[in-house]
Design a protein around this ligand. Structure first.
Ligand code: SF4
Ligand code: SF4
Length: 69
């Protein structure tokens, strides 16, 4: 896994439901041949929707340092 991506996905937890693919306003995600989500385009603007809506809690947002609280 690329540790630099904006969203880390726990492949063991992901069930391939596709919610993140549908919900991301920047269309960042796709489902791979193993039915796991992956970040195809890292255009993330850190809205947080994917991490909130993932039913498996498989997604972790990596906020860039300047916007961490
Ligand atoms: S919403 Fe979560 S469980 Fe569903 S495909 Fe995306 S990462 Fe996997
Ligand atoms: S935080 Fe928002 S913009 Fe970033 S990948 Fe998730 S849904 Fe897409």
């Amino acid at each position: 896994m690329n540790e630099q991506l904006s969203v880390e996905i726990d492949r063991d937890s992901c069930n391939g439901c596709g919610i993140c693919v549908d919900i991301c306003p920047l269309d960042c995600f796709r489902i791979d041949e193993d039915e796991k989500a992956f970040m195809k385009y890292d255009e993330c603007w850190y809205c947080g929707s994917c991490t909130l809506e993932c039913p498996q809690h498989a997604m972790t947002l990596r906020l860039p340092y300047p916007v961490r609280t």
